[in-house]
Design a protein around this ligand. Structure first.
Ligand code: NAP
Length: 421
């Protein structure tokens, strides 16, 4: 099977290397030799370890008749969409690791592919075979929920804040120095990368058709050292979670945000730059997957597993099921989310403030589960109060936060983190 690698960067370079290094083993597993015959790059003068011929003329490569599978590893959204569409129109198989492409165009590409193989295992959680697990291993189950730590950069930052008592800015700087975070880290710490991956998983589990704009996406940039500390006092840890939760037979909640999870939950043990995904199904209860979510070799491992599947002639419906036989779920509005909440409220240290706060919370249907106050420093004229609530409606919490923010005793915009138990 002859393969063209479109993009020989971090991942593409390793795809070529592993196909060459493990050729004998991969041939034995695939049943045929999988040969990387050409790579496409922008800059031919860059040094790369992959020992394959290179071209900077993508159009001539995608029109070659002697290629059986095209592996798209360029990144971006519209350019790869154009390229992959062209290839699929020619009925040639495609493998991609591009979650952004799929977050926006997975249904168009599925339609275009028809029965032509289209693999994307590497697009979610790098080295963890979560697409295969959901689409095949767990296919008997009604999926109740999927909860994932899908962004290694954010998890690395939160782990460092927790274990080394660093503030957000220092932990981010360290992540950048170590190459875990980009110079512009917005995509990772803002929750967008995790949201792209969540949408892909939600298509397989629920046929949910949304785009990133349709779901709640919050990042970790407002998490403070105090939040980490007081979450611990309430017996939680803070993680950036991607959550897909079935509400009923036709609605699913999709959201990405920092969340307090119980210290004894399995996902709370997923530290550093690692990823973890828990899937809850009606037949098998909980199944958890753990591993490296990124990195050249781990991601290449997933890309090559798709190539081996294609060589073997394995065929699963691209997004998990035949659409005409199953209802698609719609994404439930964000205001209808129901969960518990952690609130951080910084106020002037004045008599009666606590009573005013609890009044506002109760007028907005929020009932307090627990309360802590940070001991005041001698020089301070304000105090920080921390609450957790019983299960509440997101719309009520938002309204209460707005009302609190308007009070003259508030020193800093009140902050909330959702709790996921
Ligand atoms: N890196 C990871 O850990 C990881 C994990 C999971 C998924 N992914 C996904 O995998 C894909 C590739 O990521 P990466 O980290 O390998 O990216 P990368 O290191 O930036 O490599 C991109 C490659 O594509 C080439 N390229 C970009 N635009 C091109 C164009 N218009 N024409 C021809 N070549 C072009 C680049 O050429 P030059 O080398 O000449 O610049 C480079 O070789 C992305 O979609 C990413 O989201 C990456």
């Amino acid at each position: 099977m002859r393969v063209a690698i479109l993009g020989v960067g971090t991942v593409g370079n390793e795809v070529a290397n592993i196909l060459i290094e493990n050729e004998k083993l991969i041939t034995a597993r695939a049943g045929v030799k999988i040969e990387p015959v050409i790579g496409v790059v922008r800059d031919l003068s860059k040094k790369r370890s992959a020992k394959i011929p290179l071209s900077d003329d993508i159009n001539s490569v995608i029109n070659r008749d002697d290629i059986d599978v095209f592996v798209e590893l360029m990144g971006g959204v519209e350019k790869p969409y154009e390229i992959v569409s062209e290839i699929l129109k020619r009925k040639k198989a495609v493998v991609t690791a591009n979650k952004a492409l799929l977050a926006y165009h997975r249904y168009e590409l599925e339609n275009l592919a028809g029965s032509t193989p289209f693999g994307y295992e590497a697009s979610v959680a790098g080295g963890i075979p979560i697409i295969k697990a959901l689409r095949e291993g767990l296919s008997a189950n009604k999926i109740e929920k999927i909860i994932g730590i899908l962004n290694g950069t954010s998890n690395y930052i939160l782990t460092n804040m927790m274990q080394k008592n660093e503030n957000f800015e220092d932990a981010l700087k360290k992540a950048q120095e170590l190459g875990y975070a980009e110079a512009d880290p917005t995509f990772d710490i803002g929750g967008f990368d995790a949201a792209h991956k969540l949408l892909i998983l939600a298509s397989i589990a629920y046929g949910a058709q949304g785009r990133p704009e349709d779901i709640l996406i919050k990042g970790i940039d407002r998490i403070s050292k105090e939040d980490i500390y007081f979450a611990h006092e309430f017996e939680y840890v803070i993680k950036l979670l991607a959550i897909a939760k079935r509400i009923d037979e036709s609605r699913v909640e999709l959201r990405v945000h920092p969340a307090l999870i119980p210290q004894n939950a399995m996902l709370s043990k997923v530290g550093g730059a690692m990823n973890g995904v828990s899937v809850f199904g009606d037949c098998m209860s909980e199944s958890m997957f753990y591993g490296p979510g990124a990195g050249g070799r781990a991601t290449a491992s997933a890309v090559i597993s798709d190539l081996i599947d294609i060589a073997r002639g394995n065929k699963s419906p691209i997004l998990g099921y035949k659409k005409e036989l199953e209802n698609d779920f719609v994404i439930s509005p964000m205001s209808e989310i129901r969960t518990k909440y952690y609130l951080r409220i910084r106020v002037k240290d004045e008599k009666g403030v606590l009573a005013k706060i609890t009044n506002i919370l109760s007028e907005n249907n929020l009932s307090i589960d627990s309360f802590l106050q940070k001991p005041k420093q001698k020089t301070e004229e304000c105090v920080t109060l921390f609450f957790t609530t019983h299960t509440s409606l997101e719309a009520d919490v938002k309204r209460a936060m707005g009302e609190l923010d308007a009070q003259e005793f508030i020193i800093q915009r009140p902050f909330m983190i959702r709790i996921e138990e």
